[in-house]
Design a protein around this ligand. Structure first.
Ligand SMILES: [Zn+2]
Length: 563
């Protein structure tokens, strides 16, 4: 026991000596036991998670505290993303971020509501000065919620440095209980060079994982030759919850030499999309498993690679025995090891998978233009990481532009010349991406119109089509009916829906005066709070106009009475 304690002391002092971040400066943002439903750096759709998701006991409305002295430097309210979010700048230069909030503290709520009414908008972003909303550590700044793109009540919490780079909040000493080793779910070997093979195949090989008694892993011995890389699918759990979260550190060690290390301590938002270069994107799209590659291909600027030798690739020689070990660790230094024994053996004949050739070749470093009849695709240089044969087909108004199995770095554009359409049809057209097994769902893709050309900008390959939306949005009162007395009501709730292109904007007034209606896209609800006290009248005219993305609009109007 003594020895273990000493070891623990050694390990923790080692960690702290490497940790440049202030300890005990920030308190926890909640006053409950911190249990994460998402960890820093974990793999999400097109990005690395930039904070810690803290479980809030399946509830909303928990007190959210200022983690240190400072001032509110930014308030952002959006339908999607972080929903209602608060940013606090601290005297030491760090910024703490609180997302998916239900509401702000009364002072901050009054501050932002005044601006929402002045600008007549629910979605808003403001940057108060240091003098406007100063705060002390422990002040209640907000209440936890589920707003924006949140799939259940939780607090999204971040700490950023003075260059807006998110840092793992746990590096500041927040207390999370974690004695659970990461789980390795799958391991793959990738033959890279032309002469390389794994188990006599030129294709990526799934290796059969064997879990050992002590929690570590091995695989059946493999036979290989040439330039090889490895990839794993791994997750981590913390104590007190079964959530599958991200790991914090991954290493690849070949014959005792560190070839690869990735460490998720800090990154910048400019690089977060390169997650798609880090994972096996095609595998993810086909199998929904995120394989993290323990090798680095060209055009991968991620800053989280802390050690690389030969970009993580190994060269297996003929008639050799070698060992590749993978170490996966969480933030609390719980580690899982995987051992791969490799027999080096040059293979005589191997069939390489032929490239699927199409008439259209994309040079990643060049501007590429694809045109067929009335549809054109403009792909600027560096839209893709690699050169490849792209699948490009046009049939009437349907554009097949490859499958979504190749990562895209930045926007490319798709344009339709709609001269063939006449008004009123032409006015109701938009560009949609078709999804689903039979392409049965049309997702609106933000469409811009200039004379007879519709253009959309996208980062997703796949099938696109011109779709017509002639149906206006639906507006339906939820907790009241037309012409009634609503004296005891605190809220007015209305359901708004649009079938095709989706809701673009809405505007609500009482007796001609704009009222703030908060939009919850997950519930398709608009909510007005009578405490905003916009009308003191007994007879009130409520009017709501909802417009969809091609400009169809609907108006709901009623009288109600209040005293
Ligand atoms: Zn989050």
């Amino acid at each position: 026991m003594q020895k273990n304690l000493f070891l623990l002391f050694l390990i923790s002092s080692f960690c702290f000596s490497q940790n440049p971040y202030p300890q005990d400066y920030f308190r926890a943002p909640l006053d409950i036991t911190l249990i994460p439903s998402g960890t820093f750096g974990e793999l999400r759709s097109n990005h690395f998670h930039s904070g810690l998701d803290i479980k809030t006991q399946q509830r909303e409305g928990l007190n959210v505290y200022a983690v240190a002295d400072g001032y509110v430097s930014r308030i952002k309210v959006s339908h999607y993303g972080y929903g209602k979010a608060l940013y606090i700048t601290h005297p030491n230069g760090y910024v703490s971020v609180y997302g998916h909030l239900q509401k702000f503290s009364p002072t901050i709520e009054a501050y932002i509501k005044k601006l929402q009414y002045e600008q007549e908008t629910f979605e808003i972003e403001v940057f108060p000065t240091a003098a406007e909303l100063p705060l002390s550590k422990n002040d209640i700044v907000a209440f936890s919620g589920n707003t924006g793109g949140s799939g259940g009540p939780h607090l999204h919490f971040e700490i950023r440095d003075n260059e807006e780079r998110p840092i793992n909040p746990l590096l500041f000493g927040l207390d999370i209980q974690d004695g659970v080793n990461p789980t390795i779910k799958n391991v793959y070997a990738y033959p890279i060079s032309k002469d390389a093979h794994v188990n006599k195949s030129r294709e990526k090989q799934k290796l059969r994982l064997v879990a050992l008694q002590n929690g570590d892993y091995t695989v059946e011995n493999i036979e290989a030759y040439g330039k090889i890389g490895f990839g794993i699918e791994a997750i981590d759990r913390q104590d007190l919850a079964t959530n599958q979260n991200g790991v914090s550190n991954i290493q690849g060690i070949y014959n005792g030499n560190l070839k690869f290390e990735m460490d998720f301590k800090r990154f910048s938002f400019d690089e977060t999309r390169h997650l798609n270069r880090f994972i096996d994107y095609e595998h993810y799209k086909n199998k929904k498993e995120r394989i993290q590659k323990l090798f680095v291909e060209p055009e991968n600027p991620l800053s989280m690679y802390t050690n690389l030798d030969n970009n993580g690739f190994i060269n297996v020689e003929d008639s050799t025995s070698s060992v590749y070990k993978i170490k996966v660790g969480d933030f609390h230094n719980n580690n899982s090891w995987l051992t791969i024994n490799i027999e080096g053996k040059q293979a005589s004949e191997m069939k390489a998978k032929p490239d699927s050739v199409t008439p259209y070749f994309i040079y990643a470093k060049k501007n590429n233009e694809l045109i067929n009849k009335h549809i054109s695709v403009n792909i600027p240089e560096n839209t893709f990481y690699d050169d490849f044969f792209i699948d490009f087909k046009v049939s009437n108004d349907t554009l097949s532009l490859h499958d979504d199995i190749i990562p895209v770095r930045d926007n490319f554009s798709i344009s339709y010349d709609i001269t063939g359409y006449k008004n009123p049809e032409a006015e109701k057209l938009y560009i949609a991406r078709l999804v689903g097994y039979r392409n049965q769902y049309a997702l609106y893709s933000q469409t811009y119109k200039k004379e007879n050309v519709l253009t959309t900008y996208t980062k997703t390959l796949g099938t696109y089509a011109l779709v017509m939306d002639t149906v206006s949005p639906k507006i339906k009162p939820l907790n009241f009916s037309k012409g009634k007395w609503l004296s005891k009501y605190r809220f007015l709730k209305v359901k708004i829906e649009d079938d095709e292109s989706g809701i673009s904007n809405y505007r609500a007034t009482i007796n001609g005066k704009w009222i703030l209606m908060e939009y919850d896209y997950k519930k398709n609800e608009l909510t007005y709070d009578f405490n905003d006290a916009i009308s003191q009248e007994t007879e009130n005219n409520l009017k709501i106009i909802v417009t969809d993305n091609v400009g169809n609009s609907s108006t709901f109007e009623t009288l109600f009475y209040r005293k």
